[in-house]
Design a binder for this molecule. Sequence first.
Ligand code: UDP
Length: 248
Amino acid sequence: MDLQIGDLLYKGKAKDVYQTNDPELVIIKFRDDITAGDGKKKDKLTKKGYYNSIISSKFFELLETSRVKTQYIKLLEPGLMLSHRLDMLPLEIIIRNIAAGSLVRKFPFKSRQEFEPPIIQIDYKSDEYHDPMLNDDIILALNLSTQEELKRIRAITLRINEVLKGFLKDKDIILTDFKIEYGKNYRGEIVLGDEISPDTCRLWDAQTFDVLDKDLFRKGESNVMEAYQQVASRILNSEDKNKWNLNF
Ligand code: UDP
């Protein structure tokens, strides 16, 4: 059966999800839109969708080889990702190796303080409620997931962090923190979905501590795409670069 793109299922702040003629498959389109602060700060950055889709696909492939189940199937072309359909949980799972961002603003942690073991934080994904931090009792009372699922989500998240942290360390990048989202497949299994990109991670140069992620946009800097390109350039091998015609 030839795959055909169908109706728009969901439009997010930076990605669109399309139905296909196979009910189990969706196509995720990575757009160039970038937002911060609940979508209040907005812009379009040329080729952001292109780079984020390639970076996400690299991370997903790496995780799949490390036995983490993901939504990802393949990139049809940069910007268009073929994926398994999931029912997404309205949870933002944040894992932190180093104190930064809202954690430092809200709690008396020292900036750049290291966490071993890492801190897992779960926020309610809701622009209306401004993504408030959850705890297990609230998650259970809102029926957002079960205790079993939470246990599984925490275990997979720690595993993902270990895999990505080690991979990035070899590329001279510190994985400070990142946000991931999970969904359930047609069998009811918890599967990693969404994206892993400089939009959703804090990535610092290991030598200079230069920021290589969306914090540049949050701070109004102009070199956002240069940083995203730098991440792509460091994490992709020559085979990946040839495949996507990238010459840096
Ligand atoms: N993050 C995200 N989407 C969100 C909130 C956070 O991708 O809606 C990511 C963010 O890029 C960072 C990590 O999760 O890598 C932790 O973010 P934090 O809670 O410090 O919030 P922020 O400072 O971004 O408001």
